[in-house]
Design a protein around this ligand. Structure first.
Ligand code: FES
Ligand code: FES
Length: 167
């Protein structure tokens, strides 16, 4: 039995230890927001937060997640209460086909959780592992920069997602 935290809830699963986390989350827990792209850790479509860091889950064995905190796109916010980044995604009409965007938002969240004032090149570096075949990169960058800018103003009241402190 493998136990971990999924979007703030303690969960357990009885499954082969080498099953990729992506399939545990999608097939066992029925959370379909994280996508399968390359299956080789190259595209970022399957990204989830693990203890606040963006990791590729398509080749990440579920056994390695034991006792850790996993957050998927479903845990960042919901239609009634979007995270600041999700709202910026909407405001900037970031998504095109949308397939990569769950992973993009996870990596952007990890970036801002670690660095609320990223430079242009820091955004590029943090997001470089997430591929978008539709080419939405400029809008992704703009959305991240918008949130960072607002978060820099104390009166802005921006809700930046912090894993384990949501509520
Ligand atoms: S599906 Fe995991 S990195 Fe591409
Ligand atoms: S929006 Fe289509 S792949 Fe990124």
């Amino acid at each position: 039995m493998i136990t971990f935290e999924l979007n703030g809830e303690a969960v357990e699963v009885d499954i082969a230890a080498d099953t990729p986390l992506l399939w545990v989350v999608r097939d066992h827990f029925k959370l379909k927001g994280s996508k399968f792209g390359c299956g080789m850790g190259l595209c970022g479509a399957c990204s989830m937060l693990v203890d606040g860091q963006s990791i590729r889950t398509c080749n990440f064995p579920v056994a390695a997640i034991s006792g850790r905190k996993v957050t998927t796109i479903e845990g960042l916010g919901n239609p009634e209460r979007l995270s600041a980044l999700q709202q910026a995604w909407v405001d900037n009409s970031v998504a095109q086909c949308g397939y990569c965007q769950s992973g993009q938002l996870i990596s952007a969240t990890a970036l801002l959780n670690n660095n609320l004032n990223p430079s242009d090149s820091e955004i590029d570096e943090a997001m470089s592992g997430n591929i978008c075949r539709c080419g939405t990169y400029p809008r992704i960058k703009k959305a991240i920069a918008d949130v960072a800018k607002k978060a820099g103003a104390p009166s802005a009241g921006v809700n930046v997602f912090v894993p384990g402190q949501e509520g």
